[in-house]
Design a protein around this ligand. Structure first.
Ligand code: FAD
Length: 288
């Protein structure tokens, strides 16, 4: 099913993200995680694309596993280090695995990277054009409530986001954020700018003390004082921290929904029990 159809009815949706392993030997384990997560009945499940496309085959395999488990898959795809021919063959592979939905991304620029030639991509919008020309896919893109780290300011970031959406995006998914005010302001700015596709809010449950440092480094997200207090108090006890992280994420989602945000994407970090606990905490709300 196309995600544009899933998002179109103004109903509450909660979807999950999984990431592929780095080695083939661990693929079966990740497949098992996928089928465990499918039991929580997410609206759809996304599978990330390894930096530099080194694990492209794993993404399509897992997308196929998501589909087999009865859930709509969304395959991420990055373009920075690929030629147009390589992207064309990955799109064929996705289609062969029953993938109808792609999150079209540029990918982070590796240190010292030099853009090779015209056959390579520079920005996500070029990938979006390529996928659209190929036809048949519902296309999503990334957005950044706290602006993308390479952008000078919000004006520039939103201008590029608008151009990207106008290339033919069906929906956007946000970078993780921990402060709902930031997201709600961003959503308003998008509306003012005429960005009118559904925006899916990305929520990362922080369930252990090490994860927060890495998550902030990777995402550039600001963390509210309230969350640091939770870390200080419970960070040393893994069970307490996990419980607190699940409750914080659940409360964050409830507050978003109370403010009119219906579409939530959970960065599950491949933890089915965390995803399931959040879904259980929202059971009546999801089925409203
Ligand atoms: P773009 O939309 O191309 O934007 C990148 C930067 O270029 C921005 O600063 C933008 O403002 C600027 N820009 C855009 N167009 C122009 C233009 N015409 N001229 C000048 N500047 C321009 N990475 C992975 O490797 N694998 C994944 O699976 C993955 N999944 C992700 C999922 C989500 C929801 C998010 C938010 C990010 C994900 N990423 C992933 C990270 C992503 O690849 C990086 O954040 C990357 O640096 C930017 O990708 P983009 O698609 O947003 O790029």
């Amino acid at each position: 099913m196309k995600i544009s159809e899933i998002l179109k009815n103004n109903k509450v949706t909660v979807s999950f993200e999984v990431f592929p392993p780095k080695e083939w030997g661990k693929l079966e384990h990740t497949r098992a995680i996928v089928s465990e997560m499918a039991k929580s009945n997410p609206a759809f499940m996304s599978v990330t694309y390894g930096a530099a496309g080194t694990t492209a085959g794993f993404t399509s395999e897992l997308a196929g596993a998501i589909k087999e488990s009865g859930v709509t898959p969304l395959s991420h795809l990055t373009c920075l280090t690929s030629t147009k021919d390589k992207i064309d063959s990955v799109l064929d592979d996705f289609a062969a695995h029953g993938v109808e939905n792609i999150l079209a991304l540029r990918g982070d620029i590796p240190e010292g990277f030099v853009f090779p030639d015209e056959q390579h991509f520079h920005y996500a919008y070029e990938l979006i054009n390529t996928i659209r020309e190929k036809g048949g896919f519902c296309i999503g893109g990334a957005c950044y409530p706290e602006i993308h780290p390479e952008s000078k300011n919000r004006v520039e970031d939103l201008a590029h986001l608008k151009e990207k959406v106008d290339c033919g995006l069906d929906f956007l998914t946000t970078q993780m954020f921990f402060d709902n005010e930031i997201f709600l302001n961003f959503k308003e700015d998008c509306a003012i700018k005429g960005i009118d596709v559904p925006i899916v809010a990305g929520i990362m449950p922080i369930t252990n003390a090490n994860q927060i440092k890495r998550s902030i480094e990777l995402s550039n997200s600001s963390v509210p004082k309230k969350f640091f207090k939770i870390m200080e108090r419970f960070g040393g006890n893994p069970d307490s921290m996990k419980q607190a992280g699940i409750i914080y994420a659940t409360e964050q989602i409830i507050d978003l929904m109370a403010n009119g945000q219906n579409n939530i994407h959970i960065y599950t970090m491949n933890k089915p029990e965390v995803a399931d606990a959040i879904m259980k905490g929202l059971s009546h709300i999801i089925n409203e």
